[in-house]
Write a protein that binds this ligand. Sequence first.
Ligand code: GLU
Ligand code: ZN
Length: 496
Amino acid sequence: MTDAPTSPVRVRFCPSPTGNPHVGLIRTALFNWAFVRHLGGTFVFRIEDTDVSRDSKESYDTMLDVMRWLGLDWDEGPEVGGPLGPYRQSERYDIYEDVAAQLLAAGRAYHCYCSHAELEERNARARAEGRTPGYDGHCRDLTADQVSAYGAEGRQPVVRFRMPDNTITFHDLVRGEISFASEHVRDYVLVRANGHPLYTLVNPVDDALMEITHVLRGEDLLSSTPRQIALYDAMAEIGVGSGKTPQFGHLPYVMGQGNKKLSKRDPESSLLGYRVRGFLPEGLLNYLALLGWAIAEDRDIFSMDEMVESFTIDRVNPNPARFDMKKCEAINASHLRALSVDDLAERVIPYLQAAGLVADPVSPPERALIVAAAPLILERMTTLGEAVDMIGFLFVPEAEFTVDLDDAAKLLESDGVAVVRAAYDALNVVQSWDTPSIELALRTKLVEEMQLKPRHAFGPVRVAVTGRRISPPLFESLELLGRERSLSRLSLLLVG
Ligand code: GLU
Ligand code: ZN
């Protein structure tokens, strides 16, 4: 929660709790959040859970969890409440019913009895005659007799909104002036025949009642904007909401592989995937910010404070943004490198715990070892999850430590075993177990005496003690692992 708003600006983030949060959705949340934090307004978080067949509690929980993980805090909404709630649409059905009734009474909406088959047939005819298909206003002005005839047939009507006949023009905050001719925006359904209200009704009703001043959302929703603008006019007339139509801004598409729109199903879309891999919230948000916005030319790395400081909607680029995983990773890596050793250690702990390598809660000696290892991996990591592979060897109990012999075979052919034996002898007599002494002992023995190239000298030792061909720097790793464990791992390969 932030301080009391210093600006009347109110934005909303209003996901439907279906499936898992994806990149496009969170980019929308981020832009709304940065926009309203910059201005000192109010961030409303609303749950659009009116699709009983697709909404799930799990998805709702995940949504809140992801928002919290990212630090995208909300001022009104689930769990925090607020003066204009409830903030879950499933708790607002009486409101929608009431507004629909008022729109009908004012003649801004009407009952439509057309069946699906009839609509299809008239659309087909329109196409055949070269006219634009779409609802033709058939039920706009039914007589009382026609209505009772339909009723006698047992037909249940939908509620349809009566669109005005004029062209609708608005100024989009991202794309400039946009016009929709009325023939392309026909009367549309607000309430199903079974009485269930649709997105077309509930979304603008809530925006009006929650006094939303700016609607920032994906370009895929652009075509619903003229309908909503007309509905706002009608709501102003019947006294629902403040009577002011919000300003709209449509954020650019995000393109994935092969210049196709990034789909919710693409693996790089999954927010949870980033968390599992160990992206930092600040790294991921920094990258998502670049999907349509830039803090400055030639500058990619910034903090969320800096984004809030300089975010304005006029700098959002209307052109499609391209999702680039390599860049996303590189940006995350930069944020990782900027962490303090202690902070990195803290953030790595849950990943080591998830891999079963350290206890939960972590013990003081385990924490000390993580802190000691952190400087070795800080510069080498892209995501926190990589710590499991990089320093996991420090936490594996000796009884469970194994070397993947297939992986090691290349380095541990007969001369590799000889190297390991020589390393064992050299390390066995090191006086003080610290990085410089370890390095001196191994260099003297393997490089000077045995005349091995460093790669041939240290590769087998690395595999023997870490179980991997790639690890943090070897001498430091040996120091952290300790004399006893290092020697026991080396000897394991000599007997085996
Ligand atoms: N619940 C809608 C969606 O997730 C909101 C669309 C909007 O922002 O108007 O697509
Ligand atoms: Zn009809």
